[in-house]
Write a protein that binds this ligand. Structure first.
Ligand SMILES: Nc1ncnc2c1ncn2[C@@H]1O[C@H](COP(=O)(O)OP(=O)(O)OP(=O)(O)O)[C@@H](O)[C@H]1O
Length: 264
């Protein structure tokens, strides 16, 4: 299997602070990774590197086999799909849902005056349908609920048929029903052998969809543990990661975690 992402000794330093610190990590084709870690651990910073929007201060990062710093990132970007709250914010609320997805084919956030092929439109509708949003195609993006907007963003991130899909906290802010619906859909995507390699940042192990194969655990910018999820997402590692005693369980291919009760 080829690596779609390869970081070697990567550090990002800002104002003397290490946002990520000597991270060595690779993602191979077909793998589905979740990144967990406390607030400020460097999760989003790693996704920014993977999406080619941030270059390491030290170390080397290769995305889809191309080393950052010696490749035209504008050619690379359409091959990487990304969904995040920050990107959702930048999408025009007055735009039609279908156009929000369609514009991704051209790396734009508004329709201007491009013309789209019928095949582009078919693909956008197909992706909206996969995310359960086909009925909303003609609605204005700004009229959608937060959960619906997130699903549209994921459809959009798949529009260019990327080889790597990055999801930054896709379930953040969703209610229980919205979370479960999204987790189920992401589980279906993870199980699709034609789907791209996936990396998802999450704050909660309950949000890890079925079919996710690997976990990267970060603490204070450093890798605490990385590897196959069954062996790596242990109570011990999760407790070290979050700095308090936690018990993690897996049941019916879903994960849950809770703190140990305090004793007086
Ligand atoms: N330009 C900057 N200068 C200094 N520190 C920064 C800068 N950008 C980010 N940081 C810090 O880097 C650390 C890592 O940030 P990052 O957003 O990657 O963490 P995260 O794990 O995604 O956090 P969260 O779970 O809260 O979203 C944070 O402590 C943040 O305050």
């Amino acid at each position: 299997m080829t690596d779609v992402l390869e970081l070697v000794d990567v550090s990002v330093v800002r104002g003397g602070t290490h946002l990520v610190d000597q991270v060595t990590w690779s993602v191979a084709e077909g793998e589905r990774w979740v990144i967990v870690g406390p607030n400020g651990a460097g999760k989003t910073t790693l996704l920014q590197i993977a999406s080619t929007y941030l270059f390491p201060t030290n170390g080397t990062a290769a995305v889809l086999g191309e080393k950052l710093g010696s490749v035209d990132v504008f050619e690379l970007r359409p091959r990487v799909g990304m969904a995040s709250a920050a990107l959702t914010e930048r999408l025009p609320r007055r735009e039609k849902v279908l156009d929000i997805v369609l514009t991704a084919a051209y790396g734009m956030t508004a329709t201007w005056h491009e013309r789209y092929d019928e095949s582009d439109e078919d693909r956008a509708l197909f992706l909206l349908d996969q995310l359960g949003m086909a009925a909303f195609a003609e609605r204005r993006f700004g009229t959608l609920s937060e959960g619906e907007r997130k699903r549209v963003q994921i459809a959009r991130s798949l529009m260019t048929d990327p080889e790597l899909l990055l999801l930054d906290e896709p379930a953040a802010g969703l209610d229980l029903g919205g979370r479960e619906d999204l987790v189920r859909r992401l589980g279906r995507l993870a199980a699709d052998p034609y789907a791209p390699a996936m990396v998802m940042v999450s704050h909660h192990v309950e949000e890890i969809p079925t079919g996710f194969t690997h976990v990267l655990m970060l603490r204070q910018g450093k890798v605490l543990a990385a590897g196959p999820i069954e062996d790596t997402l242990t109570s011990r590692n999760l407790s070290l990661c979050f700095g308090l005693p936690l018990v993690v369980k897996q049941r019916d291919e879903r994960w849950s975690a809770r703190g140990l009760p305090l004793h007086a």
